[in-house]
Design a protein around this ligand. Structure first.
Ligand SMILES: [Zn+2]
Length: 236
């Protein structure tokens, strides 16, 4: 008889490390810490008054969420997808998502519409609360939901990977909040899906992706001259 071996949790997730991870994630999402910036363990430990173990667990969590990169012997850094990768990710999305939206329009049920409406409401709430990280995540989920409705599992998996990467790119490089998927764009898409209008859904998705890309600041970033302490604590 085979026995399923119990999984070990990858990191200790206690309240302290979750708090540190959330604080750093917020500073990254609000662009107080620049892409590529070094996240020194000692400095973070001092800022939050926590042990190295707690800092490491927090950085591991952020690495799992892909907004931090941990490099052997060098330490942790804010992720820094290249500008070329950013363009490539959006080109790939433009190849896949408009056609997927067309397929979704042919299959959308009232239950799907209700689920998408809940998504949009969640995005609004996150934006109203100034929770950029959550808003970016939810607007990505809206796109994943459309690929699920389209019932194209293989393409849906590609899209999911692309969304994860583009959520990071949006979080790091947004120039105006419309990069977080303007709600009117999602409303218009919802309308096309509810009307089973595949043509409109395809066109709306195509222009929506162009709009997101144009709302990103993809010039070579110049790091803001402030200390990690000031950046994390939102001072100065
Ligand atoms: Zn969107």
């Amino acid at each position: 008889m085979t026995k399923i071996s119990p999984h070990h949790r990858p990191a200790v997730r206690d309240a302290a490390s979750i708090g540190v991870a959330e604080g750093i994630a917020l500073a990254i999402h609000e662009h107080r810490i620049a892409p590529g910036a070094k996240l020194g363990e000692d400095e973070i430990g001092e800022i939050y008054g926590v042990s190295r173990t707690v800092v490491r667990a927090a950085l591991q969590q952020l690495a799992h969420d892909q907004i931090v990169q941990i490099e052997r012997n060098r330490g942790a850094f804010v992720a820094q997808p290249s500008l070329r990768e950013a363009h490539e990710v959006f080109e790939a999305r433009a190849l896949l998502e408009p056609r997927t939206a067309r397929s979704a329009a042919e299959r959308t049920t009232p239950a799907d519409i209700a689920a998408l409406e809940r998504h949009i409401a969640g995005e609004h709430a996150a934006l109203a609360a100034n929770d950029m990280g959550r808003a970016v995540r939810l607007s990505g989920l809206f796109h994943i939901e459309i690929s699920r409705i389209a019932q194209q599992d293989t393409i849906a998996r590609f899209i999911e990977t692309l969304i994860a990467r583009s959520s990071l790119i949006i979080a790091l490089y947004w120039r105006r909040s419309s990069a977080l998927c303007e709600s009117h764009a999602h409303h218009a898409l919802l309308g096309a899906l509810a009307d089973h209008d595949g043509q409109a859904a395809e066109e709306l998705m195509r222009s929506h992706l162009v709009d997101i890309l144009s709302a990103l600041d993809l010039r070579e970033a110049s790091a803001p001259p402030r200390s990690l302490r000031a950046a994390i604590l939102g001072e100065g």
